[in-house]
Design a protein around this ligand. Structure first.
Ligand SMILES: [Zn+2]
Length: 290
């Protein structure tokens, strides 16, 4: 069986989740190589790595391959977000203890490492179907190449290629949200889980990169207000921990974070020259229901 055929067979198991992003029709897998909509025959090919690109026009993403690689390395070598992943899995597991099977959509999944980690923790107790979408093709390509047993799609969070009310959990981790679309996609008893930075998130990096500007500090109040106008806030949990990074880790961090995009070269170099650094991860985890 060719690779594409294998991916097509896997996708076929979940084909009822999908809907055409152009005409909203349901879809089928044809010739073991494409997803095609029933109504108008709109066709989206399955790539040889197993993901589908649902974008109907090119969309600009500032997130590049280097960022996704840096984030996976930080996760693999420093377990940089491991405490966060454990907290997410525990929160889901507590609230969905009666469910044997969970279908989880990660909106803005990038290279897929957050979704992979959370699913692995939950899989100790449940059957978990993980689906990741992102507008950045570089992220999805990396996810599809490295992480098996999940569905990956290049797609717009504002026009997700899925039927209504399919998901038990929607994750949005450090990523923009489209709450109207989240409402449509979430099951009646589903959970939307958003992770937003708190004021000390990577504060050590901010202090160096933005020593004399307002970007030195950050407030997540507007993000939380926006969330609570769309979903009932079931729980808000602040989580704070520190990790020590050595030189290579510092470099990956600089490659991972959009914070470095608008900093001066001088300030970036000042941080880069550190042999090791303590970094704070400080986030709010918001759990919302319909
Ligand atoms: Zn269609």
């Amino acid at each position: 069986m060719s690779n594409i055929k294998k991916h097509a067979a896997y996708m076929n198991q979940f084909v009822s989740l999908f809907r055409c992003p152009i005409c909203d029709s349901s879809m089928k897998v044809t010739s073991w190589k494409s997803l095609v909509c029933f109504k108008s025959g709109h066709t989206f090919d399955i790539s040889r790595h197993g993901y589908v690109n649902f974008l109907t026009k090119p969309v600009k993403s500032s997130y590049r391959a280097g960022l996704f690689e840096a984030r996976s390395r930080l996760m693999a070598e420093y377990h940089f977000f491991a405490p966060l992943h454990q907290a997410l899995a525990d929160l889901i597991s507590d609230r969905k203890s009666e469910k044997e099977t969970l279908t989880i959509l990660d909106c803005g999944c990038g290279e897929g490492t957050h979704l992979k980690a959370v699913c692995e923790l939950l899989q100790e107790k449940k059957t978990v179907h993980g689906i990741g979408i992102d507008i950045a093709k570089d992220g999805i390509l990396r996810a599809a190449k490295n992480i098996g047993g999940k569905l990956w799609a290049v797609a717009d969070v504002a026009n997700a290629p899925f039927q209504d009310r399919q998901f038990d959990v929607i994750l949005s981790i450090f990523s923009p949200s489209n709450y109207a679309e989240f409402h449509r996609l979430l099951k009646k008893d589903g959970l939307v889980i958003k992770v937003v930075p708190q004021k000390d998130y990577l504060t050590e990096l901010r202090q160096v990169l933005y020593a004399d500007s307002e970007r030195r500090t950050y407030s997540n109040t507007p993000a939380i207000e926006r969330f609570t106008t769309h979903f009932q806030l079931d729980h808000l949990m602040r989580m704070r921990y520190t990790k020590t990074l050595h030189q290579q880790g510092v470099e990956w961090l600089l490659n991972m974070t959009p914070l470095a995009w608008s900093a001066s070269a001088e300030n970036i170099n000042q941080f880069r020259e550190m042999k090791s650094a303590q970094l704070t991860v400080d986030v709010d985890i918001l759990i919302g229901t319909k």
